[in-house]
Design a protein around this ligand. Structure first.
Ligand SMILES: [Zn+2]
Length: 438
C-alpha cells in the first residue's frame, strides 16, 4: 500500500485550520489586488471597501462581484491582459483562452508560480482519482488555447507515463489505445460514450482489447449524474471520475474521489461562495446556487468573487476518504437553465431522468419554446433497439418520470429510433432554445 494522499496535511486539514489559512491568504490576495491592479482599486473604491475590511471570511461579501463581461471589457480596453493583472507582462509565462461561447474569448494569465501551483493541484487531483506512477495516462483534451491542455504536466509530475494525444480523430485515438494500452484517459462524458460506441462498432472488444480502467471526464455535468456515469462505466468496464475546471482559475480545481459523493474543490487555493443567483444571498448546504470563486494565491491575476455561471450544491462535511475540503456537485450552467411553470429546469435534470429508463439509449435533446406566451419544453429521446415496451407506454413512462423528478411535465415527448440524434465528439449540444418570448 502506497500513500493514500498526495499531500496529506493539505487534503485532510481541520476545517478550522483551513479557514484560518484561507483568511490569511484572502487578506494578502485582496491587498495585492488593491495595490497592484487599476481595475480592483477603482472597483473597491466605488464599493467603499479597502483591504482592511477583511476581518473574517464572510467579509468577502462586502466586495464587488466580478463578471466575465468585465474581464472582456477591461481586456478590450487594455490589451491583451487587461488591468486586473497585478504583474508586468514579463512575469506572465502562460495564457489560456476561454472558448468564447458567450462572446469574444478572454485570456487567463499565469505567472511561473501560478503555473507550477496549478500543476501541483492537478497532481493532487489525479492522485485522488487513483493515478499512480506506474500508470499510463492518455490526455485526450484540446491543447489549443484550452486551460485543460497543460493538465497533462500534473500527471507527468506525479510520475505517470503520459501520452499527449490532444483531440485527434477517433480512429487515430482508438489506434493509440490499442497500440500503447494506456489505462487512464481524460475526455468529456459525451465523447467517452461516443468513443466506446465507435470502438464497439469497429469490432474492438473494449474490455479485452483495451486496458482503460479509469476515465476522467469534465466539461459537462454527466460525470456526476449516477445513471450517466454508470452507463459509461458499463460500456468501458472502467471507473469514471468527474473533474471540474474553469479557464479563469485552473484546468481542474475540483475532482471526485473514490466515493463519488461530490467533487473536492481545492480550498487552499479558492474561497468558495454559493449564492442565490437572483438575490446574491448565500444558500445553505445542499441547496442550489451559483458558485462565486475568489483565488487565494494567484500572483498574476487575482480573481475576486468571480461569477462562474455554474449552479452547484455543496457540503462542508468531511468525506469518507478523509479529505476535508468542500465538495461541490455541478448541476449546470446558469445560461442553460430555463424557467418553466415556475420551476428552474436544467438539461442535467432531464438527463438524470432519461438515463434511468432502460429502454432508452440515454441520448436526448431538449427544445425550449414559447407556446401561447408560456415557456414550455419538449424532449426527444431514442428508443433502444430490441426494447420491448410499446412506444405509447414508453412515452407515458418518460412523461411521468420527468414530472416526478422536475415537478413539471414536458409539452411533448418525441420517441426516435436508436442513432437518430447527433453524437457529440466534444461537448454535446443538448439544449435548443427557440423561444420567441423570454
Ligand atoms: Zn472524498
Amino acid at each position: 500500500m502506497g500513500k493514500r494522499y498526495w499531500v496529506e496535511e493539505v487534503e485532510t486539514i481541520d476545517r478550522d485550520q483551513l479557514e484560518a489559512y484561507q483568511l490569511e491568504h484572502l487578506k494578502s490576495q485582496i491587498k495585492l489586488a488593491y495595490e497592484k491592479s487599476a481595475y480592483y482599486k477603482e472597483s473597491f473604491e466605488k464599493a467603499g471597501v479597502t483591504p482592511e475590511d477583511i476581518k473574517t471570511l464572510e467579509d468577502i461579501r462586502k466586495f464587488p462581484i466580478l463578471t466575465k463581461h468585465t474581464i472582456r471589457e477591461r481586456q478590450n480596453e487594455k490589451p491583451i491582459l487587461g488591468d486586473l493583472v497585478t504583474v508586468n507582462e514579463e512575469k506572465v509565462v502562460f495564457i489560456s483562452s476561454s472558448s468564447g461561447s458567450t462572446g469574444k474569448p478572454t485570456a487567463s494569465p499565469f505567472s511561473k508560480v501560478d503555473f507550477d501551483e496549478f500543476q501541483e493541484v492537478e497532481s493532487r487531483l489525479f492522485w485522488q482519482a487513483g493515478m499512480r506512477p506506474k500508470d499510463r495516462y492518455i490526455h485526450a483534451l484540446n491543447f489549443s488555447l484550452f486551460v485543460g491542455g497543460p493538465d497533462v504536466i500534473g500527471a507527468q509530475n506525479l510520475g505517470a507515463l503520459c501520452i499527449w494525444a490532444g483531440t485527434i480523430p477517433t480512429d487515430r485515438l482508438l489506434f493509440i489505445l490499442q497500440e500503447y494500452q494506456p489505462n487512464i484517459i481524460w475526455t468529456t462524458p459525451s465523447y467517452a460514450w461516443y468513443l466506446g460506441e465507435t470502438a464497439r462498432e469497429k469490432g474492438i472488444d473494449i474490455k479485452k482489447d483495451l486496458s482503460i480502467r479509469t476515465i476522467i471526464v469534465a466539461g459537462e455535468p454527466g460525470g456526476s449524474i449516477p445513471a450517466t456515469r454508470k452507463a459509461i462505466e458499463d460500456l468501458w468496464g472502467a471507473d469514471v471520475y468527474d473533474f471540474y475546471g474553469i479557464s479563469d482559475i485552473f484546468g481542474a480545481c475540483a475532482a471526485a474521489c473514490e466515493y463519488h459523493e461530490g467533487l473536492h474543490i481545492a480550498e487552499d487555493h479558492l474561497l468558495v461562495e454559493v449564492v442565490d443567483e437572483h438575490t446574491g444571498e448565500p444558500v445553505a448546504e445542499g441547496e442550489r446556487g451559483e458558485m462565486l470563486l475568489t483565488t487565494l494565491r494567484k500572483e498574476a491575476r487575482p480573481m475576486i468573487r468571480f461569477k462562474t455561471g455554474d449552479i452547484v450544491t455543496y457540503t462542508n462535511q468531511k468525506c469518507k476518504c478523509g479529505r476535508t475540503h468542500k465538495r461541490i456537485n455541478v448541476v449546470g450552467r446558469v445560461d442553460d437553465m430555463f424557467i418553466c411553470g415556475g420551476v428552474n429546469v436544467f438539461p442535467s435534470d432531464i438527463e438524470y431522468t432519461v438515463r434511468n429508463i432502460k429502454d432508452l439509449t440515454g441520448e436526448y435533446r431538449v427544445t425550449v419554446l414559447t407556446d401561447n406566451h408560456i415557456t414550455k419544453f419538449s424532449v426527444e429521446v431514442e428508443k433502444r433497439i430490441g426494447a420491448e415496451t410499446t412506444d405509447e407506454e414508453l412515452v407515458r413512462i418518460i412523461a411521468h418520470e420527468l414530472k416526478t423528478h422536475l415537478g413539471i411535465k414536458p409539452k411533448e415527448v418525441v420517441l426516435l429510433p436508436e442513432g437518430a440524434l447527433p453524437r457529440a465528439t466534444h461537448k454535446a449540444k443538448r439544449l435548443v432554445d427557440i423561444r420567441t418570448e423570454k
